[in-house]
Ligand binder design. Sequence first.
Ligand code: NAD
Ligand code: MG
Length: 404
Amino acid sequence: MALAPRQVSVLGSTGSIGASTLDVIARHPSDFSVYALAANRSVAAMLEQCLAFHPRYAVMMDERSAMQLRDQLPAGSATEVLHGADALCRVASAAEVDSVMAAIVGAAGLPSTLAAARAGKTLLLANKESLVMGGHLLMQAVRESGARLLPIDSEHNAIFQCMPVDEHARPGLAGVSKVLLTASGGPFRTWSWEQMREATPDQACAHPNWSMGRKISVDSASLMNKGLEFIEACWIFNLPAEQVDVIVHPQSIIHSMVQYLDGSVLAQMGNPDMRTPIAYGLGWPGRVDSGVAPLDLVTTARLDFTAPDEARFPCLRLARESVSTGGTAMAVCNAANEVAVDAFLNGRIRFTDIPALIETVLERVTIVEPTTLDVVENADTEARAAAAAHLVDMTGRPTEATLA
Ligand code: NAD
Ligand code: MG
């Protein structure tokens, strides 16, 4: 007898990772069934996904979007429309759900990611910001509930695949000496600081190898994405900062590596397409077809590696330093970055102002122990307020946050 399909909640379904997740699910209708979809305000995209996947629930962030979606769904639709942060946590932790794809962008994803972890779900974690902010809480929840954390970020997925199963929390015992985190270098890999000063949002979002949402694309251009991933690797694999190295590898064919004390280095390779780590997460511990073309190494021909340049890309240093500081420093770094990226995308600051803004916020906000979700969320709020205040100093204009 065939097993019942796995019930999946896709949080952030209308985004880049969400759409790739549904693409993989659609290839395996008898293996996976969509329990819930959740998004911010993209009603049209959500409507289309509801019609194609017939989820039990569709969750929109606000009531207005939920009403619009309800009006547009055909009469008799089996999909119930909900809204708000509590509903998001409910569909992340419902008893019927097996796997949760956490693919909301930014700090907004933390409560629902944590809810899935606390409910013991198989947690497919794309929302790296939730680990950066609340790594301590999230890893504790995973340990206590017996949730299975499967990293979807391609680098961490690669590391996960290169480590012996069940030794992820104790890499030292498995003979791991280092994790080698690869970075494409982003669209400005070869640009000078002066060139980056004039960079536009569209140039920052034109990633050479990956197609992604705008926030993570800017993070990739500043190398803050690698900084966030550095923090993510320390949490997921329980490693001190000294055991994580960043290596620039412009082709994005090797997605990261694990170095063992006997000299072995294991790498995971593939074409740069997020459907590979997503399919790994959905099919784990088995493998399912992702629709990604097989890797052709002869066409690829060469793989290059260089050290990252932290003088041109200070965001990587700031993220590393926030790991050494510990406590809520990582949450503060993340929040300041979200404000800075938003200000850059809206034409308020230059690309090269992003690290300066983050550094100022890290100096001004008091760092405390991240004991509860409230403490972490307060640090996030405080950092956003400090960032907004400094933005006024930088630009002479208040932000929406300071006006509110
Ligand atoms: P995106 O901007 O394309 O999509 C974000 C999704 O989150 C959308 O569906 C949006 O509606 C939803 N959303 C935003 N705010 C919300 C809120 N408050 N409540 C509910 N839903 C909300 O982003 P993306 O590129 O898909 O990235 C998603 C996450 O995955 C990010 O944390 C990113 O760092 C991570 N990630 C992405 C990639 C990639 O290739 N795109 C790779 C690795 C990791
Ligand atoms: Mg990544």
